[in-house]
Design a binder for this molecule. Structure first.
Ligand SMILES: Cc1nn(C)c(C)c1CC(=O)Nc1ccccn1
Length: 327
């Protein structure tokens, strides 16, 4: 059946967590449409590493089964990562249930995960071809659930500093306005990848030649990482915006009024609200603020939570497409 859970932004909308029940144990996890491993903090980790975290205890689950000899090792684009061994268990997300889901048990996690005590791990929702389990690659929760869901979809409704929803198996049209604009997804990369070749700033004339012209929908990335041409075009319209090497990206006066960004999603222009691009002050004085739109030199571009705060997104695993509408 369908499943629906509330998600909650951590302080500053850094990431969005939602409850997942694994073998009867409910833990908060980071739903990540930009990766394909489900890994958890668990009782194999040291007490120092576990300090402050919830943890999954396979010994307490009557349905856990080890996958002998299976391991995982995942590295994310920001340099973080985790590695460990693997078993299977029953996973229930708001009523959507999968038995025999691969549960990757971290025995090593990088610092940024240790310090992020609210998160018990990640649940990957990109395509299973990116899963890192060896010697036998494993499937994502969504892939395993597809056949049993009323509709082969999951949706992300992420909000600024407020509860939102992740839903599996249904599209709740009360969560967005107007029709969903659907675009085909190129699954070759294993990401939810689509064409994004144009942008406009504050309703101005669109520029239609973004190099590479590809982007992914990534709920597991905080910001929106776009081509330099988009970043330069956008911040040229923001008084006092500078590339601040010290803090590692574009900053501007917190008093600046930020224009909306219109960005191409498979031929339809989606809007990212200007006030969501004012991500956070860089220090306690609250004078200088850090942009939610930053440059990436790698392709594809990564449309993270900054994009999702203005746009409801439906991920259709039945026909490999993305539906986007303002919310
Ligand atoms: C932030 C970033 N920089 N670069 C080059 C990339 C590719 C990213 C995206 C990224 O790493 N996302 C992430 C990190 C941890 C867990 C889940 N997703």
């Amino acid at each position: 059946g369908a499943g629906s859970v509330a998600n909650t932004p951590e302080a500053g909308d850094v990431e969005y967590l939602a409850p997942v029940t694994i073998g009867g144990q409910t833990v908060n996890m980071d739903f990540d449409s930009g990766s394909s491993d489900l890994w958890v903090f668990n009782t194999q980790l040291s007490l120092n590493t576990l300090s402050g975290h919830m943890a999954y205890n396979p010994a307490q689950s009557s349905t856990f089964q080890l996958l002998p000899g299976s391991t995982f090792s995942i590295s994310y684009g920001d340099g973080s990562g985790a590695a460990g061994n693997v078993g299977t268990d029953t996973v229930n997300i708001g009523g959507a249930t999968v038995t025999g889901q691969a549960i990757e048990l971290a025995t090593d996690v990088s610092t940024s995960f240790v310090t992020d005590t609210q998160s018990t791990g990640l649940i990957g929702l990109a395509f299973s071809k990116l899963n890192t389990v060896k010697p036998v690659q494993q499937k994502t929760f969504f892939d395993n659930a597809l056949a049993t869901l009323p509709e082969p979809v999951f949706t992300a409704d992420l909000r600024h500093n407020a509860a939102g929803t992740y839903e599996f198996g249904a599209i709740d049209s009360t969560k967005f306005s107007g029709p969903l604009a659907w675009t085909p997804v190129n699954t070759t990369s294993g990401f939810w990848q689509f064409t994004s070749q144009a942008f406009a700033v504050g309703g101005g004339a669109p520029s239609t030649s973004v190099p590479g012209g590809q982007a992914i929908a990534d709920t597991g990335t905080t910001l929106m990482l776009a081509d330099q041409s988009v970043v330069d075009g956008y911040y040229s319209q923001v008084q006092g915006a500078v590339n601040n090497a010290t803090v590692g990206g574009v900053t501007f006066p917190c008093s600046a009024t930020l224009p909306d960004l219109q960005i191409d999603v498979g031929g339809t222009m989606a809007t990212v609200r200007g006030d969501d691009i004012n991500f956070a002050p860089v220090d306690q004085t609250g004078t200088t603020c850090f942009g939610g739109l930053q440059a990436t030199t790698v392709q594809p571009q990564i449309y993270g939570d900054i994009f999702f705060k203005s746009n409801f997104v439906a991920f259709n695993g039945g026909n490999n497409s993305l539906g986007v509408a303002p919310h």
